[in-house]
Design a binder for this molecule. Structure first.
Ligand code: UDX
Length: 452
């Protein structure tokens, strides 16, 4: 089928290569000439494993083309996907400016008697497709049927998630749109769930709200564990993960248990924004979103917990040299959006500390975030960050931060105070350090099984 994709960001690119790889003819549209030129050479404007290879292969085979000519791409398509951003507004609701702009540009298009399907891929709160997009399509000169088709792409795994999805969800009131989407996704071989538009929209938010809730739940348990002498939260969750209800085929832990881990909080472009938007929506329906509010509040308190521990161990942070290892919101990405590292660094600076950050992928982002802050410097290496530090905060679980030996911390740092926000340092490596991890009660030591 012929597909135009409006917006060649993260979701647009991955959706485009996934559809092209499954035999469809895809045109990626972006308004930036630079982005178009880079994509034609196979370069995505962000880091995502496997994407460059897929783009290069599919563009060279002619399965995927890239253009800034939106009207021509729409005119030569059967389905048009809207893949532009839906950032948070100041009050937590989502900002539909980019969606409205893209939809208006598409609907200004051809009046040639052919019915096309307008598919909203951008994450939008329940009600948006029917209340805001449907009426625009109905009053457009051309013939349109409308659907919403949320994405479930994890950064760092997005190409795999796009190529081999665990489910396809779409919402539409139109038979024509439903038939087109069923045919489009048939080659993917995944379960296809066709529901009403607000149901599809709610499925997307429910998916991310579940992940965020599991993380904040784990952090609430960590707070309780910290009040109990001799309790290490890692031991608690190690036992929880062995519950056969949390295990997949072959008895291996199901991937979802990785969200049942205490730490210094969740971030990224989706979880924080989606929780906030779902909470706003609930409130606008007269429902008090107690659980969602608690999930957000717990997450927001994680940075202070890390800072408080550093402060109490050092007896104050003024002029103390603090290493922060990790800036990206999770490993294997250079994305720093809503990363827990940002409030941690800002809080340390507010308390008078001198912060040395190192992240293996997000160095440029660090330089951009604190360009004129003399108290923040960006280190070239782990050793560079640790040298002469009074304490180190481990914030992102990059593999290279897991294997820093006690000898190395001791040799480089002024005092080997290690505040582990991800439970990363293996128990055997904690000897000889002034080590503390999230979720450790007084005198607690993880057993060999619990630490990871
Ligand atoms: C998320 C959803 O997983 C994806 O389905 C949706 O489409 C977009 O939002 P992503 O933003 O890439 O994807 O992040 P994810 O990998 O889920 O991580 C979100 C947060 O949870 C991060 O802060 C991360 O550090 C934390 N996390 C992630 C964990 O605590 N444990 C994990 O195993 C994975």
């Amino acid at each position: 089928m012929k597909v135009a994709i409006i917006g060649s960001g993260y979701v647009g690119c991955v959706t485009g290569v996934s559809l092209a790889a499954h035999g469809h003819r895809v045109t990626l549209v972006d308004s930036s000439i630079e982005v178009v030129a880079a994509l034609r050479r196979g370069h995505a404007p962000f880091h995502e494993p496997g994407l460059t290879e897929a783009l290069t292969d599919l563009t060279s085979r002619g399965a995927l083309t890239v253009t800034d000519d939106l009207a021509a791409a729409v005119s030569d398509s059967e389905l048009v996907f809207i893949c532009v951003g839906t950032p948070s507004s100041a009050d937590g609701s989502i900002d539909l400016t980019q969606v409205r702009g893209a939809v208006a540009a598409v609907l200004a298009g051809p009046d040639d008697g052919q019915t096309r399907v307008l598919v909203l891929k951008s994450t939008v709160v329940p009600g948006t497709t029917l209340d805001h997009i449907g009426p625009l399509a109905d009053s457009a000169p051309g013939r349109w049927s409308v659907a919403v088709n949320p994405e479930f792409l994890r950064e760092g795994q997005a190409v795999n998630d796009g190529m081999a999805p665990d489910r396809i969800v779409y919402g539409s009131e139109s038979e024509e749109a439903a038939r087109a989407l069923e045919a489009l996704y048939e080659p993917f071989g995944a379960p296809i769930i066709g529901v009403s538009p607000p149901t599809a929209e709610l499925i997307k938010y429910t998916s991310n709200a579940l992940l965020a809730t599991l993380i904040s739940f784990s952090n609430e348990i960590a707070n309780i564990a910290e009040a109990l002498p001799g309790v290490a939260v890692e031991d608690v969750f190690h036992a929880i993960h062995l519950d056969r209800r949390l295990r997949g085929a072959g008895g291996h832990p199901a991937p979802i248990v990785s969200y049942l881990v205490a730490g210094c909080g969740f971030g990224g472009s989706c979880l924080p924004k989606d929780i906030a938007a779902l909470g706003r929506l609930a409130a606008s329906c007269g429902i008090e979103p107690n659980l969602l509010t608690a999930v957000e509040e717990l997450n927001a308190s994680r940075a202070d917990r890390m800072i408080q521990e550093a402060e109490s161990r050092l007896g104050g942070l003024t002029s103390r040299r603090i290493a922060v290892l990790g800036l990206a919101f999770k490993p294997d990405t250079d994305d720093v959006r809503a990363s827990p590292a940002i409030p941690i660094v800002n809080g340390l600076v507010r308390h008078g500390a001198l912060v040395h950050i190192f992240d293996p992928a997000a160095r440029e982002q660090a330089l951009r975030l604190w360009p004129d802050e003399p108290a923040v410097s960006v280190a070239e290496s782990v050793n560079d960050a640790l040298r002469d530090a009074d304490a180190v905060l481990l914030v992102t679980s990059w593999p290279e931060f897991r294997h820093i030996s006690a000898e190395r911390f001791n040799a480089l740092m002024r005092t080997p105070i290690v505040i582990d926000g991800r439970g990363m340092t293996p128990p055997a490596e904690r000897q000889g350090l002034q080590y503390w991890a999230i979720g450790y009660g007084p005198g607690a030591q993880a057993s060999d099984q619990g630490g990871h």
